[in-house]
Design a binder for this molecule. Structure first.
Ligand SMILES: [Fe+2]
Ligand SMILES: [Fe+2]
Length: 358
């Protein structure tokens, strides 16, 4: 990490004060360029799933996940330039949940950007969320990097508007992980047109970092680890040298490379999802290079939560996952193979085969 002000060692030292706490799903992203004056970091928190019980009662564990992540983000040194919240702030999109989540996010000492999750959206189609957080897709430039946020959890109009007798039922149908009544996520024509226009202002060699809630790739349709128009979005990003998509929603480690685009998932503050192939023994579209995490039990509450340190050197990511009850992992872009690779588990002999659900 020549040119970079913050090495992993320094970062871990900085984390020392709270490294003994339960590790939390926080991503610190460092962007390192030839011009070291441009180096900067940002943090990433995702999938809090704040859940209202009744009155002033909320599910305590999910609250605690977010409260802790916010507190730890506020302690980061060097200070991140901003924070991104990656979607699914609420569990069922209610005003009570969004207000409660927004109150916790307001404790961040930094500017923060929000991404729409399906759990935030399908009760009132994003109306109250937008009152709190603003537009659902937007972009900005920061120290030579073009950042884009998309609402990737839209779906067919017919499903959204014609199918359900109540908004609440629509929300509940979309909230289930493996509900066959759900509908595939998509970015949609209007946002793709907006993106196309937005990208005309960006130089082909400027790094682009795109935040979405669902992966802008097709992984496993039955659980909606999926974006229906992923290929169309990828095509719009194809002319650019260095593109990274960071997404939440899957609550697990995933990485991939499709042409010029690196894909990296972040963890949730709420709970881990199992890998489709370990739980359902389902054949997913996870690419060959994606290695399932060596999890003891997908449903052990804090098993797969953790925070990540990300270095995006020369436009590509080195992501170090610091996992609470699991072996830490580093997934780094390998310039020789042009793919992200797990530094420990990539070799076939080191891989841990998918578990059988029990
Ligand atoms: Fe989620
Ligand atoms: Fe989600």
């Amino acid at each position: 990490m020549k040119n970079s002000k913050l090495t992993r060692r320094k970062f871990l030292k900085g984390m020392g004060a709270f490294a003994t706490f339960t590790a939390f799903p926080m991503t610190l992203v460092e962007l390192a360029f030839a011009d070291s004056g441009k180096n900067f970091t940002f943090a990433y928190i995702s999938d809090a799933h704040i859940q209202h019980i009744k009155g002033t009662k909320f599910v305590r564990n999910w609250d605690r996940g977010l409260i802790r992540a916010v507190a730890e983000t506020n302690l980061l040194r060097p200070k991140p330039d901003f924070v991104v919240f990656g979607g699914d702030l609420a569990q069922l999109g209610t005003k009570a949940e969004l207000d409660h989540g927004a109150e916790m996010l307001a404790k961040l000492n930094y500017r923060f950007y929000c991404v729409m999750g399906e759990h935030d959206y399908y009760l009132d189609l994003g109306k109250y969320w937008s009152e709190l957080f603003g537009p659902q897709h937007y972009s900005w430039d920061h120290k030579g990097v073009h950042f884009i946020v998309l609402n990737s959890i839209l779906t067919y109009n017919k499903w959204t508007h014609d199918r359900w007798p109540t908004a609440k039922q629509r929300m509940l149908e979309m909230a289930g992980l493996d509900n066959p009544n759900g509908s595939p996520f998509m970015v949609g024509e209007a946002q793709r047109q907006w993106l196309k226009k937005d990208l005309t202002k960006t130089k082909k060699d400027s790094p682009i970092v795109l935040f979405s809630h669902s992966p802008i790739q097709k992984i496993y349709k039955a659980w909606n680890f999926w974006t229906e128009d992923a290929e169309e979005v990828q095509l719009l990003l194809r002319p650019f040298a260095d593109v990274t998509v960071v997404y939440g929603h899957v609550h697990q480690i995933q990485y991939n490379q499709i042409n010029n685009i690196s894909f990296n998932a972040v963890m949730a503050t709420a709970w881990p999802w199992p890998y489709p192939q370990s739980y359902a023994q389902a054949k997913s579209h996870l690419p060959k290079l994606t290695v399932p995490m060596n999890r003891a039990d997908p449903f052990f509450e804090r098993d797969a939560t953790g925070w990540q340190f990300i270095n995006l050197k020369s436009g590509r990511i080195i992501m170090s996952y610091n996992l609470n009850d699991n072996t830490n992992r580093t997934v780094a872009y390998n310039p020789q193979t042009h793919m992200p690779e797990d530094r420990t588990y990539q070799a076939v002999k080191n891989r841990i085969p998918p578990q059988t659900h029990y």
